[in-house]
Design a protein around this ligand. Structure first.
Ligand SMILES: C[S@@+](CC[C@H](N)C(=O)[O-])C[C@H]1O[C@@H](n2cnc3c(N)ncnc32)[C@H](O)[C@@H]1O
Length: 273
């Protein structure tokens, strides 16, 4: 999710000619993040007059929905490639895009009413510092809304993908694909949010349906949107065939006449300052 180099390969006819940020915007945002972003903005009741901060904004899935309702939106991300794709996908005049780390937010104390962080916390090197920063920049009556994926055992579509990558590509590839599901234990997340100073912390398990036209399309979209794009494109055809066969077998219970469909489980956490 943070890789931005452009890769080209003829392996298996896969031509990875777009960078991972562009693939993320084209595949993952419509697959899930646009819908979940709208839901997060709804839960936080973002409205006219609000100053909103989107932390780890990626290509701006949350920022674009917030900007439809609020007057000011600041969107920060560590990855310049994601910000470049965001500016192209969301040329919204009221969004200020800024390159920054979540643990050193370029904003003054109490300067925003609402802080959003969709699917970012699990990737931060120092989650406590990031949450402390979110608390610092939130106004006294402000609100926080964040989401993370629940652990892999709650993800029936991603478990076969991770297992297949481990078997056919290697442990590092499997760990890369599993990383979005690495920090989704409810008690741990709540403890961290409370420790940062937030109060009235509430958690909802929110389950979204995902759909792809085939296991191959799922593998291709997920890996192209991640640092694994180049790794997969460089594999021999026989390895890709075996990988797809393996993933297809794992996804058989989730296969229908239109492709594959399965739930993805997330935690949505809201809190007050
Ligand atoms: C799964 S994406 C989520 C993006 C976006 N929030 C969305 O919903 O589509 C995770 C994002 O976290 C960003 N990220 C990772 N570590 C970060 C950090 N320390 N500070 C800011 N952004 C970070 C990545 O660059 C990536 O854009």
């Amino acid at each position: 999710m943070s890789h931005t180099a452009t890769q080209t390969s003829t392996a298996h006819g896969w031509q990875l000619e777009e960078d991972s940020a562009t693939a993320y915007e084209r595949f993952l945002v419509p697959l899930l993040f646009d819908t979940s972003a709208r839901d997060l903005v709804d839960r936080l009741q973002v409205r006219s007059g609000d100053r909103v901060l989107d932390v780890a904004c990626g290509t701006g899935a949350v920022a674009r929905h917030a900007a439809e309702r609020a007057d000011e939106v600041v969107a920060v991300d560590l990855n310049p490639g994601m910000l470049a794709a965001a500016k192209e996908a969301v040329p919204h005049p009221s969004i200020r895009w800024q390159e920054a780390s979540a643990d050193a937010l370029p904003l003054s104390d109490g300067s925003v009413d609402i802080v959003c962080c969709q699917q970012g916390l699990q990737f931060f090197g120092d989650r406590s510092a990031a949450l402390a920063e979110m608390h610092r920049v939130t106004a006294p009556d402000g609100r926080l809304g964040l989401s993370v994926c629940r652990p892999l055992e709650h993800q029936p579509g991603y478990q076969p993908l991770v297992d297949g990558l481990r078997r056919h590509v290697g442990q590092a590839a499997a760990e890369g694909m599993a990383s979005p599901f690495g920090f989704g234990d409810r008690d741990e997340v709540v403890a961290l949010v409370r420790a940062a100073g937030f109060r009235d912390v509430e958690v909802r398990i929110v389950i979204w349906p995902l759909r792809a036209s085939s296991p191959e399309a799922f593998l291709r979209g997920e890996t192209a949107s991640s640092p694994l794009g180049g790794v997969i494109a460089d594999l021999d055809d026989e390895v890709i065939d075996a990988l797809i066969a393996d993933i297809s077998e794992g996804l058989a219970p989730h296969t229908d006449d239109a492709g594959i469909s399965f739930p993805i489980e997330t935690l949505v956490v809201t809190a007050g300052r």
